[in-house]
Design a protein around this ligand. Structure first.
Ligand SMILES: [Zn+2]
Length: 297
């Protein structure tokens, strides 16, 4: 994924593939509805033989205007996640090695941008050090949505282990270290960036728009789109969405925007392709897998 105008994007993969039955992940979905586009999705995004949807749990490293921004931090290591066996007490993963191979040490990260605070987006916020959770990226400002943070803070008051325990082990330690900046839609933090609201999956989810001088803008859109099948079927919200109907409205807005051709979508869990464009097909839309400059793969 090469850059343009000093901008570059790299993926750091924590867990891939993660498989979930399509009809569990998206309760309104069916394989039959995807049959006409089987060639587009089979293998990378849906296994038609087993009925499993496939996603990746990964971070994006964005270099823009001289700053290094890590977008979402996956599952992490050593976290107690008994309800999700593939996330539970992981160790020996190569997440930090991949980051190093991409040219970045933990101390180099300037910003950690959290689209939302689910357990698969905050795990590497912290690491275990002598029995304590400490910030993995000690020189970073961690940017979290003000309303997203308020919602989880409130939930944790009555249920400290909320969200698989990730508020306690992956959010509170960076708050306590004074590394969190609460941000809101409309704000930016380096030249060319703007935070946008993406409510629905969680009510406080935010995205990051990165403007390019030439070529399409990049829109890091978290879990507003989990899988490219939702470009063809935006009405399929995930079983994890706080407000599934609002998630549909938000997703339709992103799809419409990308269909104009000036924006590429960067969903957190997109496998196999750097970026997602959208093509109009009459009243419908279809995903276009492309590089970060908008060139179809
Ligand atoms: Zn997620």
């Amino acid at each position: 994924m090469s850059g343009r105008n000093e901008m570059s994007v790299q993926k750091i993969i924590d867990l891939d593939p993660m498989e979930i039955p399509l009809t569990t992940f998206f309760p309104a979905a069916s394989l039959t509805a995807l049959e006409g586009e089987r060639a587009l999705f089979d293998g990378a995004h849906v296994d038609f033989a087993t009925g499993m949807a496939r996603i990746a749990i990964q971070s994006h490293v964005l270099r823009v205007d001289g700053a290094i921004v890590l977008i979402d931090t996956c599952v992490g290591e050593h976290k107690d996640r008994p309800l999700r066996p593939t996330w539970n007490r992981r160790s020996g993963t190569d997440f930090l090695k991949q980051l190093d191979a991409a040219g970045h040490r933990p101390g180099d990260i300037d910003f950690v941008f959290c689209t939302h605070l689910h357990a698969d987006h905050v795990g590497w916020n912290t690491r275990l050090d002598s029995g304590h959770w400490v910030p993995t990226f000690p020189n970073a400002r961690y940017l979290a949505g003000k309303s997203e943070l308020a919602n989880w803070r409130k939930a944790a008051e009555t249920e400290p282990e909320v969200n698989h325990g990730s508020y306690r082990d992956s959010v509170l330690p960076v708050l306590d270290a004074g590394l969190v900046d609460e941000v809101s839609p409309g704000e930016g933090f380096v030249e060319g960036t703007k935070i946008i609201p993406l409510p629905g999956h969680t009510l406080g989810q935010i995205g990051l728009e990165v403007r390019s001088g030439q070529g399409p803008d990049l829109l890091f859109c978290g879990d507003a789109i989990h899988s490219p099948v939702q470009v063809s079927h935006p009405e399929w919200s995930s079983f994890l969405c706080d407000d599934p109907a609002l998630a549909v409205t938000t997703r339709n807005g992103l799809i419409e925007r990308a269909a104009r051709g000036d924006t590429l979508l960067m969903p957190a869990h997109l496998r196999a392709a750097p970026a997602l464009g959208v093509r109009r097909l009459g009243e419908r839309h279809q995903p276009v897998f492309c590089d970060c400059e908008g060139k179809p793969l």
